[in-house]
Design a protein. Structure first.
Length: 236
């Protein structure tokens, strides 16, 4: 029987998601028994030494699933080229090497998952799995019926039509409103761009749900492990 594929091995070792592992391999940052390998799907024989950026990688047995209430002004990646604070600065006392599942913008707060389970991260972020993401946004002005229709029918951003999304006004004030937005895609700054496109730019943005999972009353900057029930809801 053939061994595990290189990209899967790296993902299971908790170094990166499967997709990110592919990138690391294609960037020439992965060595197998001292040789750079640029083929993500190559199968490994038992006992080989795999290194990423010169560091040996070993399979991690315990899978960890964390929910973080990300504050604004934290970057959702493991390292930042401008030395800004990363979400990992908020995760203390976890031995496993977890990383964010997808990302929230620097200015966006709310529900962010972190894990060392590459398969799970892949499943949650791949568009074909269509997981709903739910956001609360404070936007300028008050969106009307026509704006809600635009969200439903799709809006062209960056030259591509968005897939159906929902916009609901939760509370309208004189010059701004609180809206709930649900979408399945996760394109770069998608919610902000869609709000901008309908003429109601986002003033603040917070993610409150992923699939059936809800942020609930977890305080900003705090994290917790997902419960067994929540894992089940996410298909684990
Ligand atoms: N859409 C955005 O514009 N920003 C996020 O952080 C997430 C979704």
């Amino acid at each position: 029987m053939d061994g595990v594929r290189l990209n899967k091995f790296i993902a299971e070792a908790g170094v990166a998601s499967r997709r990110k592992a592919d990138e690391l391999i294609l960037q020439g940052r992965v060595k197998v028994n001292g040789e750079t390998v640029s083929e993500p799907g190559v199968r490994l024989k038992a006992g080989v030494l795999v290194e990423v950026d010169g560091k040996a990688v070993a399979p991690e047995r315990k899978k960890v699933y964390i929910m973080l209430h990300k504050p604004a002004r934290y970057i959702s990646s493991v390292k930042d080229q401008f030395s800004r604070k990363t979400v990992l600065d908020l995760i203390k006392g976890v031995r496993e090497r977890v990383y964010p599942v997808g990302r929230l913008d620097y200015d966006t707060s709310g529900l962010l998952l972190l894990t060392n389970d590459g398969d799970f991260a892949y499943r949650m972020t791949h568009p074909k799995h269509e997981v709903d993401k739910v956001y609360l946004a404070v936007v300028a002005g008050v969106p009307d019926e026509k704006d809600m229709e635009a969200f439903k029918n799709g809006i062209v951003i960056d030259g591509l039509l968005t897939s159906p999304a929902r916009l609901k006004v939760v509370r309208a004030e004189k010059d701004h409103s609180l809206v709930k937005i649900t979408l399945r895609e996760g394109r770069n700054r998608q919610v902000r761009k869609m709000c901008q496109a309908i003429g109601h730019p986002a003033i603040s943005l917070k993610r409150i749900g992923i699939g059936r999972l809800r942020l609930g009353n977890l305080k900003e900057g705090k994290w917790r492990n997902l419960t067994r029930e929540e894992l089940r809801m996410l298909g684990l």
